[in-house]
Design a protein around this ligand. Sequence first.
Ligand SMILES: Cc1cc2nc3c(=O)[nH]c(=O)nc-3n(C[C@H](O)[C@H](O)[C@H](O)COP(=O)(O)OP(=O)(O)OC[C@H]3O[C@@H](n4cnc5c(N)ncnc54)[C@H](O)[C@@H]3O)c2cc1C
Length: 380
Amino acid sequence: MTEISGFDVAVIGGGVIGAAIAYHAAKRGMSVGLFEKGPLAAGASGASMGLRSIWVWSHLLPIESGLRNDQRFIDFADETGEDIELDTSGRIITANSEDDLGYMHDFVERLQKRGIEIRLLDQAEIRDVEPNLSPRVIGAAWSPIGGNAMPIKLTYALARAAKRLGASIYTHTPVTAVHVAGGQAVGVQAGGRSYKAQWVVNAAGAWCKAIGKMADVEVPVAPRKGQIMLLNAPAGLLRHGIASLHKPGPQQTGGTNIRPTPHGQILCGGTSEYADFDVTAREQNIHDIARRCVELVPALAHLSVLRSWAGVRPRTADGEFIISGSEKLDNFLIATGHDFVGVTHSLVTGELITEMMIDGKTSTPIDAFRLSRFDTEPNR
Ligand SMILES: Cc1cc2nc3c(=O)[nH]c(=O)nc-3n(C[C@H](O)[C@H](O)[C@H](O)COP(=O)(O)OP(=O)(O)OC[C@H]3O[C@@H](n4cnc5c(N)ncnc54)[C@H](O)[C@@H]3O)c2cc1C
């Protein structure tokens, strides 16, 4: 096997997480090789809705870090000049059950106590902020924080920006082995060639488990299918992204999410299914998504479906991220488990993994995301 020059870091996976890591590592001066088995955004990132939320998921990530996500997106777009269809118009969260409403009250109060701009809306205000929201929505909260970004454009923009900073982006180049020697990952084999690397980062989304096996590191991640659909919509039907609120915890579902695109369309999602790596869009799911979305915004009932598709989200056993080294190989890093919120937390993940490699510590405490919390690690 030909061995060609190496990198400071070999990143496996050209989704939004791998691309964000490549960008941040390159920005801080590392030489980067990014390896993607298909085109960029071939996995979950190419199927995603692109809502950016701060609060609903990853209750383990300190809220202050989540709050900076808006700024991270603004900075990325400003610094690179890339068009990622960034929308910072804020978010509406709806409660769909009395239980969720109770949780929403506590949650809004908790955030307000920390000085975060968010408030509950009464029925009149709901109509003011989002006139087409159903009068049957039992409760809603509004925050100017969050919005949307177009996930495919974001992934490509990150990879392009990384490339401008010197990164090598290898698409259609599957990683087939992780080379290990002396208790360290020393490189990867990809597209029939061997590449040396000081660090190897497994950012292969729902495929992280298979990549982990190549290094004999168990990564407890499963593919969780999500289907969404795109509707043709009259301009101005919706002003904001809308998402139903659910309590955090292992039983999280995809919830009901709706967002307008800048192209006069509306995205509606989603499902949450364990179906291995099957990404077939199913008619039954379209009906289910449509029913839930029409309950939130009745005017959607009159719109035509342009297309529907599905992707597989990387889901850990406890629903939280893995942003971690491994006990066996501490220079084999893992960045996955982003499930419903990988777009939202892409830039921060890129920063954190880069800090682990360059600074040996992270600016935000992320002990909760260690791989060793699972009993698959040898010295747990
Ligand atoms: C329907 C749907 C809606 C969503 N909506 C939202 C949303 O509104 N907001 C939000 O924040 N998040 C959302 N998400 C979640 C988000 O899209 C994911 O969390 C995120 O895309 C995960 O990114 P990733 O880079 O980890 O994985 P992926 O995008 O799956 O990337 C992993 C990549 O690794 C590659 N790969 C696999 N094996 C190999 C190999 N051997 N060699 C090289 N490359 C390999 C794959 O081809 C793939 O491109 C949604 C997801 C879905 C499916």
